[in-house]
Design a protein around this ligand. Sequence first.
Ligand code: SAH
Length: 339
Amino acid sequence: MIELVEKLHENNNLTDKELKQLIETDDKNTAQILRQRADETRRKYYGNKVFLRGLIEISSFCRNDCLYCGIRCSNKSAERFRLTENKIISCAESGYKRGFRTFVLQGGEDDYYTDERMCRIITQIKEKCPDCAVTLSLGERTPESYRLMKRAGADRYLLRHEAADTELYQKLHPPKMILDKRINCLYNLKVEGYQVGAGFMVGAPFQTVDNIIADLRFLQNLNPHMVGIGPFVPHHATPFSGCAGGTVGLTVRLLGIIRLMLSEVLLPATTALGTISPDGRILGLQTGCNVVMPNISPDDSRDKYELYNNKSTEELSNIIADIERAGYEVSMERGDCIR
Ligand code: SAH
């Protein structure tokens, strides 16, 4: 099994059969070698830096109905909020004063945020926070919309593909959501010049090892600048409330594999990973992750952006302590992908 890690480290690739073996093993020595090689690789490209991104959750209104997600439109018990233009801008400004140089604006698919509004918000953040990067994570929009927001100054876009296998994608989403549309969005974003992030949930209901291999192959083909993966965590008011969540072990293994496949990728240790275990984030960082996205949303809306149960609202100081405890240095730079 250790040879498989070495082979992946050397070739940035394995056969499906080999990948399956590596994904399925919970052997401790293998985990240790994987951690070592993933860590070497991230250090080769990014040194010991962990980039911080200020995450601003702008809206919990969503027209979509993803079966796993706590803010799906069918969840009538969800408390909804949306930040005003000024609130978003002032939130970025105060983050800027604290040193943040990347802002991630994330939200449900909320029609309130027209292209015109988004462009105004992006333009003003760029004006008031010179040299910062603006990352958007607002779901599926038209190619024109992506173009206009790029022209207004947006730099990056996170849109997890969620599942590269059509059948699994359909089990996780309502019939009107189509995998091909989502994938087209990712390619449109690339064409418009965004640094793009894709990804998926680990341990989602119905997900098999073959499905995960399809996700890894999809990522290899897309070759994104960023990959976001985190464990699936059930939410109490969704159809998947009774399902098991993803594990730390498998998530961390996949993070290591992704680091070795896409050596230069920006790879966050996600909030979901930090939520399911107190040492999740540290293990992720030690296994190839080089980004953390602390929540800098206003206090009064934070609890309402409830994607899953017990979503962690960790203090920035604890996050910084974790990064240092894991053996890395906090970086507030823009932290672009080096390729
Ligand atoms: N509307 C945006 C942002 C979605 S929220 C979009 O469509 O991209 C960001 C990510 O949270 C999603 O892509 C999904 O992978 C993840 N997520 C949603 N519900 C989750 C859950 N129950 N457990 C873990 N991750 C979840």
